[in-house]
Design a protein around this ligand. Structure first.
Ligand code: BGP
Length: 463
């Protein structure tokens, strides 16, 4: 059997604005919730300087072009376009991303742009954030503005990064806990914002394509006990399908509705919502995947302490529904996330059979504490191993009939992890800085850089 990927397979690499750009108040940028959020751990780098990609994007793109990527997934910082979330456009912000896009096109790299990656403008947060309808209106205006500004050159768009993880792991990502009732009103507003983005992208951009970008990973039952399977059914719905069913089918699924009813949560719809939900759909699904999750049914012994403290670990509990369980068959990375390449193939197959839309993986990768050697090398064979195993499962999924069109791992370059700082590195390119010492931020190519470069060139895994 051949290891070759389909011709035109989209090999890529991904980043987000706030985790890389820095320049948090440069050239008219307003503050986002990521610039202002309280972090549990003050000992880690914040996003004010990040890895200075804002000023060094040309150097970074040149390196990525050398690596051979065909697709670069990045996000626009909404607060560079509208410093307060709405109002007067900041021309310098518009110009910045226009320059980034031109730089990518110069190397024949297709931009895949995420409209919003965890960095809501703080001014909108102060008015109630995703909990209030006016944020949807502001988002739609922002999306229209960037579609009009870049739609001539950018044909592929992603809506809102991982709304599922943003809501489930609110404390870690947004720095505050959202009460359950408000959480699902936010869910509705996020999903409706996305529907508007589908609609306006199709109306405004000739040949424009757009997809949702949730973090999807299958939830396994801890045992063959029927109640553990039921726990998996609920967490699969709350974590995965509620989001994609809304995007791709235009409805709330019944398991999710039952979950909401049992939690006494009701959602307020605006008059246009039903029609929007049922009329506008994505062209593809972008999916982020790191690991799978295993759950069991909680019992009296577990107490009632609800909470989800890490998106990918077993530290999950919702009384009456599910509780995280350590899967004894999976190894873990240095940060306690399980590694499950087989689970990627199963997730892809499940997702494809549910929606029958092309899929692009827009995040997958290994966070690790890399070491820079004295002679300027980074021997990240553990990352190569992780990527190789996952890419092999992608290949198998394609052979099994899944329309997987691309693979754009996390991350193109080292960046500031959402809650672990710069010590948890994902990049193919090493950035020489520590949590509090920014140094020169010199870029070094890791071993994985050369490995990925030859894989892309050959369009196949090394045999
Ligand atoms: C995803 C986010 C990314 C990135 C990644 C790794 O959920 O979309 O922004 O942060 O997870 O997570 P972490 O930084 O916590 O290791």
């Amino acid at each position: 059997m051949t290891h070759t990927f389909p011709e035109n397979f989209l090999w890529g690499a991904s980043i987000s604005a706030h985790q890389t750009e820095g320049a948090y108040n440069a050239e008219g940028k307003g503050l986002s919730v990521q610039d202002t959020r309280q972090r549990d751990n003050h000992d880690i780098a914040d996003f004010t300087v990040a890895v200075d990609h804002y000023h060094r994007y040309k150097e970074d793109i040149r390196l990525l072009a050398e690596m051979g990527i065909k697709v670069f997934r990045f996000s626009i910082a909404w607060t560079r376009i509208f410093p307060n979330g709405r109002g007067k456009v900041n021309d310098l912000g518009i110009q910045h991303y226009s320059d980034v896009i031109d730089e990518l096109l110069k190397y024949d790299i297709q931009p895949y742009i995420t409209l919003n990656h965890f960095d809501l403008p703080q001014a909108l947060e102060d008015e109630g954030g995703w909990g209030v309808r006016t944020t949807v209106d502001a988002f739609v205006h922002y999306a229209e503005t960037v579609f009009k500004a870049y739609g001539d050159r950018v044909k592929h768009w992603l809506t809102i990064n991982e709304p599922n993880i943003m809501l489930l792991v609110d404390k870690k990502i947004l720095g505050k806990e959202i009460p359950l009732r408000e959480k699902y009103q936010q869910f509705h507003h996020l999903m409706i914002s996305e529907k508007y983005a589908f609609k306006r992208c199709h109306e405004l951009i000739e040949g424009g394509k757009i997809g949702p970008v949730p973090n999807i990973s299958l939830v396994y039952p801890a045992t063959s006990k029927p109640l553990d399977n039921q726990a998996a059914l609920y967490f699969n719905s709350v974590r995965n399908w509620a989001y994609l069913d809304f995007s791709c089918f235009g409805r709330y699924n019944t398991v999710f509705k039952d979950y909401l009813n049992r939690n006494d949560v009701s959602i307020t719809f605006a008059s246009e919502d039903q029609e929007l939900m049922e009329k506008h759909f994505p062209d593809f699904v972008a999916m982020n995947f790191y690991t799978t999750v295993t759950v069991e049914k909680p019992t009296e012994r577990d107490g009632m302490a609800n909470g989800i403290s890490d998106q990918q670990s077993e530290d999950i509990m919702e009384w009456g529904f599910y509780k995280g369980f350590t899967n004894p068959f999976l190894k873990k990375n240095q940060f306690n996330w399980t590694i499950d390449p087989d689970g990627l193939k199963t997730t892809l197959q499940t997702l494809y059979d549910r929606y029958h839309l092309p899929i692009i993986i827009t995040e997958n990768g290994l966070g690790a504490k890399d070491e820079l050697t004295e002679d300027g090398k980074i021997h990240d064979d553990y990352r190569i191993d992780y990527l190789e195993q996952h890419i092999d499962q992608c290949r198998q999924a394609i052979e099994a009939g899944v329309d997987l069109i691309g693979y754009s791992p996390w991350s193109a370059i080292d960046l500031i992890s959402v809650h672990e700082g710069i010590s948890k590195r994902y990049g193919f390119i090493y950035v020489d800085r520590n949590e509090h010492d920014e140094k020169e931020m010199h870029r070094y190519k890791k071993d994985s850089f050369y490995w990925y470069q030859s894989l892309i060139k050959a369009n196949q895994l090394p045999s």
